[in-house]
Every structure is written in structure tokens, then in C-alpha cells.
Design a protein around this ligand. Sequence first.
Ligand code: E4P
Length: 215
Amino acid sequence: MKFFLDTANVESIKYFADMGLVDGVTTNPSLVAKEGRNFEDVIREISEIVDGPISAEVLSTDVDGMVREALELSEIHENIVIKVPMTKDGIKATHILANKGVKVNMTLIFSPAQALLALKAGARFISPFIGRLDDISCSGMELVVAVRDILDNYDFECEIIVASIRHPLHVVEAARLGADIATIPPSVMEKLFNHPLTDVGLERFLKDWSNAFKK
Ligand code: E4P
């Protein structure tokens, strides 16, 4: 499973990219707004750090606006993937962009039916939002299972990005279900490393060594 970083924070991206853990990046308007920086500058900088798909989201909600913005964003770097929201206009824009060879990540997917529409329109990536479903007492992981089943039945050229990840178990479950990609916030990435027995174990090894060989 590929790891994307779900952030627009350049320092976090560099930090985890130096460990070889970042296959791509997803941003959204909320994440970019949090950084308080120029959108295009941020996307350009990220593209220089990570050699993989970088999702940049359109802000228009009408077809023409989405397509225009998508084409402008695509000019920034060859790895840019356009995030388009799951609406009727978004589906139409995805169809147009796919025919022009622009890769689309269809975002805000909350049902298998929406996933199917995105696949039919030609989305190259689809992003089921699992945390936001869990938040309203629906199972996000059941959506991932359904989308995986659909993709395995046909030969759409599309990868599942498990999005809206809230904790390490979401990442592990996504991997067990065969999701292609998990897009992980830096805070959750940090938590993936932790296990108290690792800390205790290392402390004991070092203590035993120093007790045995100290003068
Ligand atoms: C990524 O593509 C999504 O925009 C992101 O994972 C949404 O996460 P949230 O539900 O925590 O805002």
C-alpha cells in the first residue's frame, strides 16, 4: 500500500519524505488555508520534494470553472492530480478532464454508488472519506470493502485513496482490505511508529549492555 501524506505543510512532508515514507501528497482547501500561504507556491514546493501524485483541489463548483482551474493547476507540475468534488458538475468535469489526459482524484466519496459514478466518469483515483463516515456512526471501512469489490470486478484504471484517516487502526485496516493508498495526516503518521514495548525493550538492551561491560 502506498502512503500519501494528507497535509499542505511542507516541513512535515520533508520530514517524512526523508524517511522514504511518502509516495504522494493530498491537499484540500482546508489544509492549504491552515498554512496561510499562496496555494500555487505550496503546490510547487511540494512537487519539488515528492516525486509522486500531488492532489490539488479545484474551488469552482461549475463545470467550466473546474476544468479551467484544473488545466491551470496541471501546468504547475506533471505530477499534479486534480481533486474534483463528487457532484454532477464534478462528474462532468472529470469526464472532460479524463479525455484530455488530466488525472482526477474524485473527492468526498461517501457511498459505493458515488464511487461507481466516479469510475465511469474516468477518475484515476477515488477518495472514500472514512473518518467522516465513522463520525456519523456509519462504517467507513465498509465503504472501502465495497469499493475494493467493485474495482476487483472490472478493469477500471483507478486507485482507492482511503481518506479522512483519524488514527493508526484506520491505516492498518485499509492495508488489510487491500486499499491501494492511505492518505495519512502527519499526526497519525507519528503514531504509527509508537509501541511502549519497543521503548522498554531498547532501554533494557542498552542497560544490560552497559551493566555487563562497564569498568
Ligand atoms: C484527503 O484527500 C481529504 O481531503 C482528507 O483526508 C479529509 O480529511 P478530514 O475528514 O480529516 O478533513
